[in-house]
Write a protein that binds this ligand. Structure first.
Ligand SMILES: [Zn+2]
Length: 112
């Protein structure tokens, strides 16, 4: 019968235990970092969507279609750049060769 393990851990065993603990902590920290990165990305998208919702965008004229004014978050003309302000959208709507999109109704609340 071997004696129950009441002896002091050896330096090797102590260091192995510390390494295991540190590796556990590192896994926890990396997991937390991934969670925070996901949160950051969600927040960034939320801000971008909120920003787009308050802007407008112009889809350039093509050979057989007039230029269209869209709300910034209209999915018919996806773009992440080139948003225009409310004032510019009002100016654009007054242009005879720019029509409001019939899906997102960019002129609702704009000219009233
Ligand atoms: Zn639209």
């Amino acid at each position: 019968m071997s004696e129950p393990d009441h002896r002091e851990p050896t330096p090797l065993e102590k260091n192995q235990a510390v390494a295991e603990w540190l590796e556990f902590q590192l896994r926890q920290v990396r997991k937390r970092i991934r969670e925070l990165q996901v949160q950051d990305e969600q927040e960034r998208r939320r801000r971008a969507a909120a920003y787009a919702a308050q802007r407008w965008k112009i889809q350039p004229q093509r050979s057989n279609a007039t230029a269209l004014l869209h709300r910034g978050n209209c999915t018919l003309y996806p773009t992440d750049a080139g948003y225009i302000s409310r004032e510019d959208a009002m100016v654009a709507l007054a242009e005879p060769d720019i029509q409001p999109c019939e899906i997102c109704w960019p002129d609702t609340g704009l000219l009233s």
